[in-house]
Design a protein around this ligand. Structure first.
Ligand SMILES: [Zn+2]
Length: 441
């Protein structure tokens, strides 16, 4: 063992000494200016966090000024803090944040909901830590207990008073709506626009793509490629860049980039590899644009000449609005469908089909329990729950329509019926390469 180590060390020593000659060693290390170094540090904080911090601190400043003025005009209910802000210690912050979090109100004078209060508090922590560079942890330090208890009290009070965070989360798309989209000709492959929309719909659903950057970042013949494996034609998606949840910073470990493979299905009109091939056939020859999604032609003349797409990428805004545009005419105001819905549809559908959480996470690329938010019940799931509870644990809805006394054979029969839908899909997992293959039978 020691001999081995000695060999390795000697190898690196010889490399290092070779590099000490100025010509070879001068460009080994990066040389960054002070500004460049600061820029890199700033880039570690996501722009959204920075914006939220500025927002919370602005509210705090306004509150502080109002309270300060009241004290100057004879109010004796609060202490005057005369020190400069950078001199405030843990006691000062504890005292001020305790009052602030209980007294903070929206511009219209109403209270914030629990989630927003917590956000404001954690942004103040961010401000203390990163902007003021204070060694102070509002969540843990004993000196900040009062501020923490005030937050706890304010959050509970807000929820008791019926203030709940507004939900702008998108819903998964039910199978019935997907069918309706086909029936009404909103999903179709018959025109340039419809073909592109349908491709986006199925790419998003099959590969659980994130809206925005992930969809917009797709390049032709790069992340998505047709491959042949085991006599099957597959459309393969290889994630190839860090995303929001895979930034691999200190707080998040790096999650391997996912690979998902889509096979042909029984219904080729609606099968992703077929839709993709149709689209690729329509791309203009000598296309110089890297993006997968190209601007569609609108004039009948060019469509008749077989020219479906232009040599230009679809804008981010148009791409982001595709699912909304597809579904809007068919749905009421209660459900909100966006491109994000496709990702949720993927997770929820696989869950319904009986796949385990870990397997679903391989398709969606989720790293942890974050997947729970993506698995949502639809009406059929709720009906199944009600039936199961009513029938004392029989999971099939078939069990309630027959007479209470049933033979063992009949019970087994109904179990087989329940198990069947899960058998229609097969998931092949290759642990080494983190590859998932969904095969529809
Ligand atoms: Zn097909």
């Amino acid at each position: 063992m020691e001999d081995d180590l000695d060999l390795v060390l000697r190898y690196f020593e010889s490399k290092e000494s070779a590099a000490t000659n100025p010509a070879a060693g001068s460009d080994r290390f990066a040389t960054l200016s002070t500004d460049e170094i600061q820029g890199k540090l700033d880039a570690a904080i996501p722009p959204n966090t920075r914006r939220k911090e500025l927002w919370a601190v602005r509210i705090f400043d306004q509150w502080f000024e109002q309270r300060h003025n009241r004290i100057l005009h004879g109010d004796t209910t609060g202490l005057l803090v005369l020190k400069e802000r950078h001199e405030w210690n843990a006691c000062d912050w504890n005292y001020l944040l305790k009052m602030f979090i209980l007294e903070v109100r929206k511009v219209d004078g109403t209270k914030y909901n629990a989630t927003t209060l917590r956000d404001i508090f954690s942004m103040m922590q961010h401000y203390l830590q990163y902007t003021l560079k204070k060694e102070l942890n509002l969540w843990k330090d004993a000196a900040c207990r009062d501020a923490r208890m005030a937050l706890d009290a304010a959050m509970k009070e807000a929820t008791r008073e019926g203030l709940v965070p507004g939900t702008n989360a998108s819903s998964p798309i039910p199978a019935t709506l997907e069918e309706e989209l086909w029936q009404k000709g909103r999903l179709a492959t018959t025109s340039p626009k419809l073909l592109l929309f349908t491709l986006v719909f199925y790419l998003g659903k099959q590969f659980a793509l994130r809206g925005g950057t992930e969809l917009h970042g797709l390049r032709y013949s790069c992340e998505i490629q047709l491959q042949h494996e085991d006599g099957q034609e597959l459309l393969v998606y290889c994630e190839n860049r860090a995303t929001k949840t895979k930034n691999a910073g200190i707080k998040r470990r790096f999650v391997p980039l996912k690979t998902v493979k889509a096979s042909h299905t029984a219904d080729h009109d609606r099968c992703l590899p077929c839709i993709y091939k149709l689209y690729v056939d329509k791309r203009p020859e000598n296309c110089t644009v890297q993006n997968l999604f190209l601007v569609w032609m609108r004039s009948d003349a060019s469509i008749q000449q077989g020219r479906w797409y232009q040599n230009a990428p679809v804008g981010r805004h148009s791409l982001d609005g595709i699912v909304r545009e597809l579904t809007a005419p068919l749905t009421g105001v209660t459900e909100r469908y966006t491109n994000q819905s496709l990702r949720k549809t993927c997770a929820s559908t696989l869950h319904r089909a009986g796949f385990a959480r870990e397997d679903i996470a391989r398709v969606t690329g989720h790293s942890s329990t974050a997947i729970e938010r993506y698995i949502q019940f639809d009406v059929q799931d709720h009906v199944k729950v009600s039936h199961a509870l009513q029938s004392g644990g029989q999971s099939s809805s078939l069990s309630i329509d027959t007479e209470p006394e049933r033979s063992v054979e009949a019970m087994e029969q109904s179990n087989v019926v329940t198990a069947n839908p899960a058998k229609k899909m097969r998931l092949n997992i290759n642990g080494n390469t983190n590859t998932v293959e969904i095969v529809f039978e």
